[in-house]
Design a protein around this ligand. Structure first.
Ligand code: NAP
Length: 291
């Protein structure tokens, strides 16, 4: 479907973050808007943290359809919501906001959970009785653990260089849920064959100084029967992905996650499931040509 010209009727959806200008979200959402024929544009807004509250109130007053919120504003946004869904309340962070078109009231959501679950379900993974290892204890690890606790997994192991942060995630759950979580103090002595899913929620392997050549797991681990979930999408092939592919592992990469969480935000704003199949190619082209 052809996109309408921008006019006085065109509505706005935004991304608040810092940095935000490097984000792939405009590529995804503007493609979704074009394919659904919705008269709106998606733009990024990058500004200093001290301006967040005013910028948020501005978006609300100006009648934006909604916002995505990325680092470092997810917790700030959480505090400013008029309403929140159960998931964002449990996780304590908001990455998607919808403004009510009549009252302007904001409702906060966390679509990282949907992005994580959809990516794994698309791969045909069997949740039943599975052992899952989460590497890291930051924002994405927190939402991944939350997602796993909603599924019939057997055990969730969390390993983070700062053990207390992993313990904090565990302790944020009720006693019944906590039984399923085990915090690891190290990865030595762990049998990778006992793991069904290994998810990297650290920046190890990312295209950044000091981490790009690093693996978040011991090099000697054999990943042949594991579903490897890599959150990083820059580069497209991290050392973990290359290792997993060489050893015959099934792979979910950071683009799968990014597209699925974006589709979930789009559904919240417009109540439409956007077509995802052409988006990956667009993102790969964008990453190759623009960065
Ligand atoms: P975060 O909140 O900053 O957490 C990062 C975690 O990694 C922390 O637990 C931190 O450990 C650990 N870490 C940082 N540097 C490390 C190092 N050098 N060695 C070992 N551990 C280290 O980040 P996040 O938001 O969870 O994001 C994590 C990764 O996922 C990032 O690469 C991000 O770009 C990616 N991501 C991708 C998507 C997507 O849609 N594909 C979505 C979200 C995030 P400490 O606790 O000890 O500091």
């Amino acid at each position: 479907m052809q996109q309408k010209l921008i006019s006085s009727r065109t509505r706005l959806v935004g991304l608040f973050g810092n940095p935000a200008r490097h984000s792939l979200s405009p590529v995804i959402h503007n493609a979704f808007l074009k394919s659904t024929g919705i008269d709106a544009v998606y733009l990024t807004f990058e500004f200093p943290g001290e301006n967040f509250d005013e910028a948020f109130i501005g978006a609300k007053r100006l009648g934006l359809i909604g916002l995505n919120i990325t680092m470092p504003f997810k917790e700030n946004a959480y505090k400013l919501m008029d309403n929140k869904d159960a998931r964002s309340t449990a996780i304590g962070s908001v990455n998607t906001v919808k403004f009510n078109s009549s009252t302007g009231n904001s409702k906060g959501f966390n679509t990282d959970v949907d992005g994580f679950v959809s990516s794994i379900e698309d791969s045909g993974f069997n949740w039943n009785g599975s052992n899952c290892l989460i590497l890291g204890a930051g924002g994405s690890a927190k939402s991944s653990v939350f997602a796993l606790l909603e599924k019939p997994v057997k055990k969730i192991y969390i390993y983070n260089r700062t053990t207390e942060k992993a313990e904090k995630i565990k302790n944020s759950y009720s006693k019944e849920k906590r039984i399923k979580i085990e915090v690891l103090e190290g990865l030595e002595g762990i049998d990778p064959e006992s793991m069904d899913l290994i998810c990297n929620c650290t920046p190890l392997g990312m295209d950044a100084p000091g981490v790009s050549e690093l693996l978040p797991i011991p090099d000697q681990w054999d990943l042949k029967d594991v579903l490897v979930f890599e959150m990083i999408y820059k580069p497209l092939e991290t050392r973990l992905i290359i290792k997993g592919k060489n050893e015959g592992a099934r792979i979910i990469d950071g683009l799968d996650m990014l597209i699925n969480q974006a589709a979930s935000s789009f559904k919240i704003w417009f109540d439409i499931d956007p077509e995802k199949k052409d988006i990956r190619g667009k993102l790969v082209n964008f990453l190759i040509n623009k960065n």
